[in-house]
Design a protein around this ligand. Structure first.
Ligand code: ADP
Length: 298
């Protein structure tokens, strides 16, 4: 981060933890500071009340004896905080890889965290599997804490995050808000149901490279790879129908909480075209964050 050696700095964070807002107490009471001073003009709906920058300040004694605040010497745009949602096999995994490659965000996938618990044989994993086998949501007691811990990780705080498959219910969204995590953008991938079932049933994983294949649309390159491909235990036609049912039951409730920051993306296009839509939205968001890095004085 750039620095301004003569000033002492205190960060202002968009994380709603009140501890992180100590610098706002330096701002004169006759001019209350809210993030709306700095929010996006073009799409205020995207960022209605968020602090957009990590900024630094000090109290400067002016000639008339009153004190005022200088903001803007050493600033860094806040990292992006993105959520991505969509039905099973809507392409979240593929798009998350493209997004993280370009934007350097930490990818946090609720389903992957749960599968890791199952693989580790933990008590949480055992319980989670019972729900996942039925295509149902795993109880909040397990999922919420797991996701919260990853979001609080130093890498997520520093680089920003891409939250995949969470929240899937209004209670999960509310929990996130209570912990102080506020997304900038909610991406919804929309794909017709008949395409989804076909994608799921043909989906295979290469356990060696982690690469996802589709037996028809993206077949393995060699016989050797083909021989070692595995299928996710819940990627059968019967289970995907249950998962789709659960998705439809919950998606509207979640969407209603994020409607101001939702971008709907046509997920039935090619993966490059889907990414182009997402990339446009993220580029715009990042520019808006960076574009506001001018000096603000109070
Ligand atoms: N946020 C969540 N809350 C509860 N259960 C979840 C959550 N995310 C994932 N799961 C469980 O893990 C399963 C697999 O999720 P995921 O890997 O995201 O794949 P998909 O989106 O194809 O269902 C879900 O069917 C559900 O049982």
């Amino acid at each position: 981060m750039a620095s301004c050696s003569s000033l002492s700095f205190t960060p202002i964070s968009s994380n709603s933890n009140p501890k992180n807002h100590s610098s706002s107490s330096l701002i004169p009471s006759h001019r209350p500071f809210t993030s709306s001073h700095l929010s996006f003009s073009k799409s205020s709906s995207l960022h209605s009340r968020q602090t957009l920058f990590r900024t630094h300040c000090r109290r400067v004694p002016p000639p008339n004896g009153a004190s005022f605040l200088v903001l803007g010497c050493a600033k860094k745009a806040e990292p992006l905080r993105i959520m991505i949602s969509g039905a099973p096999a809507s392409g979240k995994g593929t798009q998350c890889e493209l997004i993280t490659n370009k934007y350097g965000l930490v990818h946090i996938a609720a389903g992957d965290l749960l599968r890791a618990e199952i693989a580790a044989g933990s008590e949480n994993g055992k319980q989670a599997k019972e729900y996942m086998d039925k295509g149902k949501l795993v109880p909040d007691e397990i999922v919420v804490t797991m996701v919260k811990e990853r979001l609080n990780g130093p890498d997520s705080q520093e680089k920003g995050w891409l939250l995949d498959g969470y929240p899937r219910s209004s209670s999960q969204a509310i929990a996130l808000k209570e912990f102080g995590f506020q997304p900038d953008l909610f991406i919804l991938l929309e794909v017709p149901e008949e395409i989804l079932v076909e994608r799921v049933v043909g989906r295979r994983l290469d356990p060696v490279t982690g690469k996802i294949y589709h037996l028809k649309y993206s077949p393995p390159e060699t016989e050797e790879i083909a021989a070692r491909l595995t299928q996710r235990f819940d990627d059968t036609e019967e289970k995907v129908k249950l998962r789709l049912h659960t998705h439809h039951q919950n998606v509207e409730a979640v969407l209603s909480l994020y409607k101001d920051i939702t971008v709907k993306v046509n997920g039935s296009a090619s993966k490059q075209d889907v990414f182009a839509q997402i990339d446009d939205a993220l580029t715009q968001l990042r520019e808006q964050k960076q574009g506001k890095l001018g000096t603000v004085a109070a």
